[in-house]
Design a protein around this ligand. Structure first.
Ligand code: SF4
Length: 363
C-alpha cells in the first residue's frame, strides 16, 4: 500500500482529475523522451522534473502475490492466484503508457515485488522515462548488493512494512525469524544509498491507544527514516471481518497529537482516500485493473482491452463519488453493495464490477 500512497495529499479542488501537465511541460517531455529514450542520469533527472506535477498520480503494479510472510492484516490474502501472470512485455507496455495516461509515479507492489528478479530492469526502464519509482516491501530481500542495484537502477523511494516495535511480535506475525532485524538493516542500506526510505505501519485504534504506534515512530526517528506511513484499518483481506473500522474518539485524539508532534508521520485511509481524487489505479499480476490495490473490484483486463479505455470507464463509476471520510472500503456504499451481498462474498477476488449494485445515494 503508497507513497502509495504518495507523499503529497491532493487538495479538494483537485477532486475531479484536474492534476495535469501544462502543455509546455508535456511537449518538452515527449520531445526529450523521443530524442533520449535511454537511461542517462542527467536526462532522467530533467524528465523527472518535468513530470513533477503528476508525480502525485500513481499506478500500483503488482508483480506477484507471492510473499515470504503471512501477515495478520494482509490485504492481498483473499485473491485468486491461479491465473497466468502478466509477461514482462506487458509490464513494459504499462510503463510506456503511464505518462500518456497522466500518471507520474509507479508503485511496485505485491505480494513481495522483490521476489520478481525483473524488478531492477522495470525500475531502470521507468526511471529512464522520468517516472518516480517506489517499491513496497517487507524488507527481507534488502541485502547490500540488491539495494545497490536498486539505487543504480534509479529507485526513488521504498516503503518497508513493520508490524510492531517488539521484534518478537513482528517476527511471529510474519512467520519468519529475524524478519524485524532484517527489515531494519535493509532500511539502513536504503538510506545509505540515497533512496527515500519510509516506514510503513498499520495502526489499529488499540495500537494508537496502547503506545505501540508511538514506539514504532520513535524507532523510525532513531534510524533516520524519511517518513512514516501510518495505515488505518481497511475492511479488506484479513481485516474484512472487522465490524466497525471507524476509530473511536480517544484513538483519534491521540493520533492527532502524534501527527502534530511528528510531521514525518503521514496517515493514510483514516480521514482521506485517494480513490475519489482519481490519483491512483491498480494493475494486478494478472492484468486486472482495479481502483486501488485494496479495492477488490475489477473493471477490465489489459490483456483484452487498452488500459486507457478501462481507466476512462472506471473513473466514471459511482464508487468515485463516495464522500464519506477514509478508505472507501469502509464506506456504507461498499458495505451494501459488497459486504451485505452473500453471493459476491463467496466469489474469488477480484469481483467483476458489473456484479455489484451500487446505490447512488450518499450514506
Ligand atoms: S481505497 Fe483509498 S484509503 Fe483505501 S487503501 Fe485504497 S487509496 Fe487507500
Amino acid at each position: 500500500m503508497g507513497l502509495i500512497f504518495v507523499f503529497i495529499k491532493p487538495e479538494n479542488n483537485l477532486k475531479n482529475n484536474l492534476i495535469k501537465l501544462s502543455l509546455l511541460r508535456k511537449n518538452f517531455y515527449f520531445i526529450l523522451n523521443g530524442l533520449y529514450p535511454w537511461s542517462h542520469p542527467l536526462t532522467n533527472k530533467i524528465k523527472l522534473r518535468l513530470l513533477k506535477p503528476i508525480n502525485i498520480k500513481y499506478i500500483q503494479i503488482s508483480l506477484t502475490y507471492d510473499c515470504q510472510c503471512s501477515c495478520a492484516h494482509c490485504g492481498m490474502s483473499k485473491y485468486n492466484t491461479s491465473q497466468e501472470k502478466l509477461k514482462p512485455r506487458y509490464i513494459y507496455k504499462i510503463i510506456n503508457n503511464i505518462v500518456p495516461n497522466g500518471f507520474g509515479q509507479i508503485d511496485f507492489f505485491g505480494g513481495e515485488p522483490l521476489l520478481d528478479e525483473n524488478i531492477y530492469q522495470y525500475v531502470k526502464y521507468s526511471s529512464a522515462r522520468g517516472i518516480f519509482t517506489h517499491i513496497n516491501t517487507n524488507g527481507l530481500k534488502l541485502k547490500e548488493d540488491n539495494v545497490r542495484r536498486l539505487a543504480k537502477s534509479g529507485l526513488r523511494a521504498i516503503s518497508i512494512s513493520f508490524d510492531s516495535p517488539n521484534p518478537e511480535i513482528h517476527n511471529k506475525n510474519r512467520g519468519i525469524n529475524e524478519s524485524f532485524q532484517r527489515a531494519l538493516i535493509g532500511a539502513q542500506l536504503c538510506i545509505k544509498n540515497g533512496i527515500k526510505t519510509i516506514m510503513s505501519i498499520y495502526s489499529s485504534p488499540n495500537d494508537i491507544v496502547n503506545g505501540q504506534t508511538e514506539e514504532l515512530i520513535n524507532i523510525a526517528k532513531e534510524y533516520k527514516f524519511d517518513s512514516v506511513r501510518l495505515l488505518g484499518t481497511f475492511k479488506v483481506g484479513n481485516l474484512s471481518s472487522v465490524d466497525d473500522p471507524k476509530y473511536p474518539d480517544k484513538a483519534i485524539k491521540i493520533l492527532k497529537k502524534i501527527i502534530k508532534d511528528n510531521p514525518m508521520v503521514k496517515p493514510h485511509g483514516i480521514w482521506k482516500c485517494f480513490v475519489p481524487y482519481r490519483t491512483v489505479a491498480y494493475i494486478s499480476p494478472y492484468g486486472d485493473v482495479q481502483p486501488c490495490s485494496m479495492v477488490p473490484f475489477k473493471f477490465g483486463n489489459i490483456g483484452i482491452e487498452s488500459f486507457s479505455s478501462i481507466l476512462k470507464r472506471m473513473y466514471k463509476h459511482p464508487l468515485y463519488d463516495i464522500s464519506e471520510p477514509g478508505c472507501i472500503m469502509n464506506s456504507g456504499m461498499v458495505k451494501k453493495a459488497f459486504y451485505d451481498n452473500a453471493d459476491c462474498r463467496k466469489q474469488n477476488l477480484p469481483i467483476p464490477i458489473e456484479q455489484l449494485v451500487f446505490s447512488q445515494e450518499k450514506d
